[in-house]
Design a protein around this ligand. Structure first.
Ligand SMILES: Nc1ncnc2c1ncn2[C@@H]1O[C@H](COP(=O)(O)OP(=O)(O)OP(=O)(O)O)[C@@H](O)[C@H]1O
Ligand SMILES: [Mg+2]
Length: 448
């Protein structure tokens, strides 16, 4: 009778896996084409080959990587007494790495929990994410602090943001939520204005700000939402959405009356809420609820910089005050801001810093200096500042965004000018008419 010994089975499997890994250079090129394709990419390739190989690599290198990155602890004290009056100092030859949990497979990589030793902090692991990326030969590693005494490591096998032109569309989850692209774990990248009312989109020139705005407008364009645009580059970018926009200002002179019109619309909504005894437009009965308005500003610096003239300075101050008031009042009244800027800090005046504090949603594309990343992400997630600076010039449309206190890399869907025009035309019938805004623009902001 043959007796099955589990320790033999375990060793046999171990030897086979080790042999397969070592001889990978020989057998992989000899596989049939479909298997080679699966081994290189595609979800099945990851489930069948990539995941088991990465787990073996992870387990095999865990102690070594933790030791290299100084993420281990020692059980024995550094000093030991010899005899009665001699003390020796030394380094433990077998330091203990933290305990690695069970690696869980996902469509784009894997996640694994790490149980920290007393005295260890998540920051040490976050700073050493690169060590694991290289050690496990994956595309990227993100470390999140999810529970006390534990970190979650999210390893992404391939770059899911590589080709934004071939992405299909995800359906919008609800009113005022727009799927603008994909996040690094392959899930939809959502701007949800009901949970995060105002957004700041920053980045150097040609980093992808206007394309992200185009993706946002295209998505919101299919919903019963009024889109109001301010594009001081003469309307070159947002003007493409012409007939789907309820109002468009292409210069600061036009922006002042437009913003004044939005402010008086806010005051009307406030009065409606007060008389109905509710605290937000969302508490009004559906038939009385005013249409949500999303105000999109491309290159906001054009509104703030006065150019030296007295009239220009007056307009700049007015724009700054109006935007700030809209930011402060808008969330509960269904009026939302999306501001795109190359930089958005105190150099634009004190109003800019105050407005930035209102913009809880942050997106930072490639930046040219640390200061800009710090301005956009520093107050929400210091780790994200470092990651934003790693975005390269070739990664157009890639950005770091903050989601519920954590950060995430994401990429917008590519919307070409032709697509933008086609979509705007297709959805032009949905454009809500806001007579107050048109009146304000024709009367130069004198809405009283
Ligand atoms: N998600 C994306 N995928 C692929 N290419 C993109 C993406 N986003 C932007 N690009 C490309 O990058 C280039 C610059 O994009 P965009 O005009 O949006 O940048 P910008 O930040 O608005 O620049 P500027 O500050 O000069 O207005 C465009 O040619 C666009 O096609
Ligand atoms: Mg632009």
């Amino acid at each position: 009778m043959i007796i099955l010994r589990w320790d033999w089975v375990f060793w046999a499997v171990g030897v086979v896996v080790a042999f397969a890994l070592m001889s990978q250079w020989w057998w992989q090129p000899r596989l049939p084409v479909w298997m080679q394709r699966a081994a290189k990419g595609g979800p099945w390739g990851w489930y069948l080959f990539g995941y088991p190989v990465t787990v073996v690599r992870m387990v095999a290198t865990w102690r070594r990587l933790c030791t290299t990155a100084d993420l281990t602890v020692v059980r024995r004290p550094r000093y030991t007494m010899i005899g009665k009056d001699q003390m020796v100092r030394g380094t433990s030859v077998r330091p203990l790495p933290p305990r690695l949990g069970l690696p869980m497979v996902t469509a784009t990589g894997l996640t694994v929990r790490v149980h920290l030793h007393p005295g260890q902090t998540p920051k040490q692991f976050i700073m050493n994410a690169e060590v694991f990326t290289h050690g496990w030969r994956v595309h990227s590693v993100r470390v999140l602090s999810v529970r006390r005494g534990e970190v979650l490591i999210i390893a992404t096998a391939r770059n899911p943001l590589a080709d934004s032109s071939a992405w299909g569309r995800f359906p919008a989850p609800r009113l005022l939520a727009a799927v603008v692209g994909r996040t690094e774990d392959g899930s939809p990248w959502v701007f949800d204005f009901r949970s995060v009312p105002h957004w700041l989109i920053a980045g150097a020139t040609q980093s992808g700000k206007s394309t992200l705005l185009a993706s946002l407008v295209t998505e919101l364009g299919a919903q019963p939402v009024a889109l109001v645009a301010i594009d001081c580059k003469g309307g070159m970018e947002l003007g493409l959405f012409g007939r789907r926009l309820s109002a468009l200002a292409t210069s600061r002179e036009e922006a002042v009356p437009l913003l004044s019109g939005i402010l008086s619309e806010l005051q009307d909504r406030m009065a409606a809420c007060r008389s109905a005894g509710v605290r937000s437009v969302w508490d009004l009965p559906e038939h009385e609820r005013p249409v949500p308005i999303v105000v999109i500003v491309d290159e906001v610096a054009e509104l703030y910089l006065s150019g030296g003239s007295l009239l220009g300075r007056k307009d700049a101050v007015e724009c700054s005050t109006l935007l700030l008031r809209i930011g402060q009042l808008g969330a509960a009244l269904g009026v939302h801001l999306v501001i795109a800027a190359q930089r958005f800090g105190s150099e634009l005046g004190p109003g800019a810093t105050a407005l930035r504090a209102q913009l809880a949603g942050r997106v930072c594309h490639r930046v040219n200096d640390e200061m800009t990343a710090e301005m956009v992400l520093g107050d929400l997630s210091p780790d994200a500042v470092v990651v934003a600076q790693t975005i390269t010039e070739t990664e157009k449309g890639v950005a770091v965004t903050t989601v519920g206190g954590a950060w995430m890399r994401a990429r917008s869907s590519l919307v070409s000018p032709a697509d933008a025009r086609r979509w705007a035309e297709h959805n032009s019938g949905r454009t809500p008419v806001l007579p107050g805004l048109s009146r304000a623009m024709t009367s130069g902001g004198d809405t009283a």
